[in-house]
Design a protein around this ligand. Structure first.
Ligand code: PRP
Ligand code: URA
Length: 209
């Protein structure tokens, strides 16, 4: 069963308020999305395994903890997921980055795949899928299905804002995937937008509307 973690940290909620504000322009929107992604990455990686290593300080030898085992892949769902990548990379600079291109058909709201390029050893990596918006959940669920087909085994999903419908859809389709969100909002509207949400994340990030 998926674990759903709402990361209601004061700094995240404060920055989300600016992100949601329709008067926030693309430059600030981009910076804030990156900052929130960095803050969320702290929680998303909380259960990463550690191992004991011996190092030598200028004073003496000592035992310390370092990250053990699996390497990380960050996989943004294009386009809007791209806005979260640099924030996560700030905390995990050695991570590799894969890309999955999906857009939501405006009429059917069904995701359409147009690109997929992943690290070759994706099956050996802890995969963090990024997308600011989890609306119907179709895009995230399809991206995760694609990742599994390509061999990924350990996948977690990180979104800024989710609708309850999207959380349920991903949980139902992928009960092995943990979901991390900044906020679970009220609902979807008749056009499939999250209410209150933040509008169209891709357009606001890249200034395309
Ligand atoms: C947005 C968003 C998600 C998707 C969420 O992308 O970034 O990928 O919609 O909707 P869903 O949960 O109902 O599938 P969009 O399709 O607008 O593409 P873009 O990022 O290129 O703007
Ligand atoms: N995609 C977005 O960018 N925003 C929404 O509210 C829903 C889907």
């Amino acid at each position: 069963m998926s674990k759903v973690t709402q990361i209601a940290h004061p700094l995240i909620l404060h920055k989300l308020a600016f992100i949601r504000d329709k008067n926030t322009g693309s430059k600030d929107f981009r910076e804030l999305v990156e900052e929130v992604a960095m803050l969320m990455a702290y929680e998303v990686t909380r259960d990463f395994q550690l191992e004991e290593v011996e190092i030598e300080t200028p004073i003496c030898k000592t035992k310390c903890k370092m990250l053990a085992g699996k390497k990380v892949a960050i996989v943004p769902i294009l386009r809007a997921g791209l806005g979260m990548v640099d924030g996560v990379l700030k905390l995990i600079p050695a991570a590799k980055v894969g890309h999955i291109g999906l857009y939501r058909d405006e009429k059917t709201l069904k995701p359409v795949e147009y690109f997929c390029k992943l690290p070759q050893d994706i099956g050996d990596r802890e995969v963090i899928v990024t997308d600011p918006m989890l609306a119907t959940g179709g895009s995230a669920a399809d991206a995760i299905t694609l990742l599994k087909k390509k061999g990924a085994k350990n996948i977690r999903l990180m979104c800024l804002i989710a609708a309850p419908e999207g959380v349920k859809a991903v949980m139902d389709a992928h009960p092995d995937v943990d979901i991390y969100v900044g906020s679970v909002d009220e609902k979807l509207n008749e056009s499939g937008y999250i209410v209150p949400g933040l509008g169209d994340a891709g357009d606001r990030l890249f200034g395309t509307k």
